[in-house]
Design a protein around this ligand. Sequence first.
Ligand SMILES: [Zn+2]
Length: 309
Amino acid sequence: MKNFNAQQNLWGIDLGGTKIEGVILRSAQDPEVLFRHRVPTGADQGYAHMLEQLAQLVQHMEDAAGYRAAKVGIGTPGTTIPKTGLMKNCNTTVLNGKPLRADLVQRLGMQVALANDATCFALAETRLGVVKQQFPEAKVVFGIILGTGVGGGLVVNGHVIEGFHGIAGEWGHNYLSEAEGAPCFCGKTGCNESILAGPALERYYAAQSGQALSLKEIVGRAASGDDAVATQTVHRLTSFFGLALSAVINVLDPDVIVIGGGVGNIDLLYQEGVANVSKYVFDHQFEAPVVKPLLGDSAGVFGAAYLVA
Ligand SMILES: [Zn+2]
């Protein structure tokens, strides 16, 4: 028998590009999954349809729990502009310019806490994942998504830092190198994302070798050591990773850095990449742990739930 409890349960939703996932956790202290359900996002059918999908998911959650929560945490692509409540920088582009939070409050009849998906990742790994389990004393956590894009989220003393503009932690759009980078969707050229993200690595490899390979194939070839361009692609990544991360360390000096996303699986980042941070960081001493996450694909929806903890 599932003991749902309106006072203790945490409701979280991960609004992704293809699916929307909802979860009900028993409590912040005991995050057992009591209910989990997914619906298609249907972004190609427009914003109003997406709101309906969200409403339908929440109805499923209510049917399972026997009550409708007073508040729900939702992880989204992009950012909510604090002053206007409008969405921006979303790769699910129908969201851009929309007052998502206000629309959901009205449609769902609940309080709604929104945060970027990288922020939810950082919060989940802090409260439940690798930080809680291996570095419970950590105060400042920087969670990085290094995948098809480059994002980041900041958690201080267990709580999300949103920032004045809602972009705290968005190191993916720090300037890195115009010569080595490419035009970015954000309007600049040479952002971290245009050099460190998976598609950027694939683009670099293809330009150097004349061969289009997936990131996985490139990393495999680099590991086996018989493809000089693949090896060069990974060394270039670790070098720019060191340069890019050192800028964050000099400002924030986090206690732990957690790296999620497909590029985050590259083992050399944690050796050569970390050594390269030391090369660029102030006084050349960088000893903070840089680690892989523990929660896998569930981090987003768990982090969303903890937004209302
Ligand atoms: Zn950018």
